[in-house]
Design a binder for this molecule. Structure first.
Ligand code: URA
Length: 234
């Protein structure tokens, strides 16, 4: 792919804008050699204004979502995409979140520009477990775990019972809940159905991969190949 198209697809500017950057000598190799449209160089050799080029597609990133951000691209709301570099919004193919977290839910959110990966991961048959840490308004009464695990729990406005979910008690009003599906506001609605209320909700694990401890709220990073395997398998 020509260099101008490559940069444009990564969101560095329109074809015209990146052609100008190339003409001005802003696009170089690591050793400073100025590149032109016809240069064929490895992706990781290219620098823009001396900075490493963003990774190509397929891109998979993990974000530690803060409260108050929505996962949709609704312009009236503050979206998770605002936590990423602005040019990511111009990438082709574009990034989408793998499933969604509510506006007030925090924690682990994956985003990818790989349509196939996205499709596989959000398919109802996907075996991706998701683990949530819930802080509750009232103390647990001891029966929630059995209700959640029953496979018979039917939430208001759903026509199918929930798949069995597991719950681990962490404290008087704190629990870890593992889901094998992802319905709208599921954890909040499950606790509401047993007479409680979720005050704080945080996704702490997806598949076999826990949210990296060094990733602060609002921060994101690229998922490594080993981490990708922990998430999705081979
Ligand atoms: N369950 C919820 O209630 N909210 C989320 O964001 C995810 C799971």
């Amino acid at each position: 792919m020509r260099l101008d198209r490559r940069l444009s697809n990564l969101g560095y500017g329109s074809r015209k804008e990146v052609q100008r950057m190339i003409r001005l000598g802003e696009v170089t190799t690591a050793s400073g050699e100025v590149l032109n449209d016809k240069s064929s160089v490895e992706h990781d050799e290219i620098r823009v204004d001396g900075e490493l080029l963003d990774p190509p597609s397929p891109l998979l990133i993990v974000l530690n979502k803060p409260a108050g951000y929505v996962c949709s691209t609704d312009e009236r709301e503050t979206t998770v995409y605002e936590l990423l570099p602005e040019r990511f919004a111009e990438r082709k193919p574009g990034l989408n979140s793998i499933g969604r977290l509510d506006k007030e839910t925090t924690g682990m959110l994956l985003l990818t520009d790989d349509g196939q990966q996205l499709h596989r991961a959000i398919h109802p048959k996907s075996k991706l477990d998701k683990v949530y840490h819930a802080v509750l308004d009232r103390p647990l009464n001891g029966t929630e775990g059995a209700t959640f695990a029953s496979g018979e729990m039917l939430l208001d406005s759903d026509n199918k019972p929930l798949l069995p979910a597991t719950m681990e008690v962490l404290g008087e009003n704190e629990a870890l809940v593992t889901l094998h599906e992802g319905r709208y506001h599921q954890v909040r609605r499950m606790f509401a159905a047993v007479g409680n209320h979720v005050n704080e909700l945080r996704r702490v694990k997806i598949g076999n991969w826990a949210l990296p401890e060094d990733l602060e709220e609002g921060q994101w990073r690229i998922v490594s190949e080993e981490e990708r395997v922990l998430l999705f398998g081979k």
